[in-house]
Design a protein around this ligand. Structure first.
Ligand SMILES: [Ca+2]
Ligand SMILES: [Ca+2]
Length: 255
């Protein structure tokens, strides 16, 4: 299944003309016309395609009285299995309750539409090239569902207690990194294998995927296209931070 998805994404990526030559900080009028860096061979001279990094996030709004939200504050690594589930969702790993999760039944609601429990929204989440070859989304006041979702649930004027899901594909060129900083839980899967675990209810924490260093564990090889799946949960007041920084030059959304 994931191989098929990767193949489809490869076709889409090729059609989108994702090139290496557009990472020059947005200056397209320098007149040199020859800014290809030579390692990709597929640049079309038009710069980085606008679809690169133009992601769409799925948000699900929860209420504070959900058993896993606004409860204990604790680091809680190991909440998910190493392998992403066959349905593309994280698989709850512990045998029962943990410091911050009631159990599998409650966890399974985090990234699935459940009537009466959560409300689903889709919004753009766009990575911006902040310096040549560095793509960032950064919001230390991350409240995408303010004014949406369950009424009467605001704290300090903000809608806390939601989850975030992002799905993309990228061509592994070698040397990429992907850093997440934020709260609360974050699970990142590469080619269906857990590559970053920041599980738990906590203040901003950060973790980095070093694709070269983790290539063996992840089973990835330079030149191929892979899936990148990000799952996040905002589970506790009074902060919501969400920051992605990556050198992946063309992350393409998967619907
Ligand atoms: Ca909420
Ligand atoms: Ca929080």
């Amino acid at each position: 299944m994931r191989t098929i998805l990767a193949m489809l994404a490869l076709v889409v990526g090729a059609a989108a003309g994702c090139g290496d030559d557009g990472n020059g900080g947005g200056g397209d009028d320098t007149g040199d016309g020859g800014n290809g860096n030579g390692d990709g061979g597929n640049g079309n001279g038009d710069g980085r395609n606008e679809s690169c990094g133009d992601l769409t996030a799925v948000f699900r709004d929860f209420k504070a009285d959900h058993p896993d939200f606004e409860d204990a504050i604790a680091s809680d690594r190991g909440l998910v299995e190493t392998a992403l589930g066959g349905d593309g969702k994280p698989v709850y790993a512990p045998a029962g309750a943990t410091a911050t999760v009631s159990g599998q039944a409650s966890f399974d609601q985090w990234y699935r539409d459940v009537a009466g429990v959560n409300q689903r929204f889709e919004q753009p989440l766009v990575l911006t090239e902040t310096s040549p070859g560095v793509f960032v989304f950064d919001d230390d006041d991350f409240f995408p569902l303010d004014g949406l979702g369950w009424p009467g649930e605001e704290t300090g004027g903000h809608n806390f207690h939601f989850t975030t899901e992002l799905h993309g594909t990228f061509r592994y060129r070698g040397g990429e990194v992907f850093t997440f900083t934020g709260d609360d839980d974050v699970f990142v899967f590469v080619d269906g294998t857990l590559a970053l675990d920041l599980g738990g209810v906590h203040g901003p924490e950060d973790g980095t995927i070093d694709f070269d260093a983790q290539a063996g564990t992840l089973g990835i090889s330079v030149g191929n296209v892979y899936t990148l799946d990000v799952f996040h949960a905002e589970r506790h007041t009074s902060q919501s931070n969400f920051r992605i920084e990556t050198s992946i030059d063309c992350l393409v959304v998967v619907e």
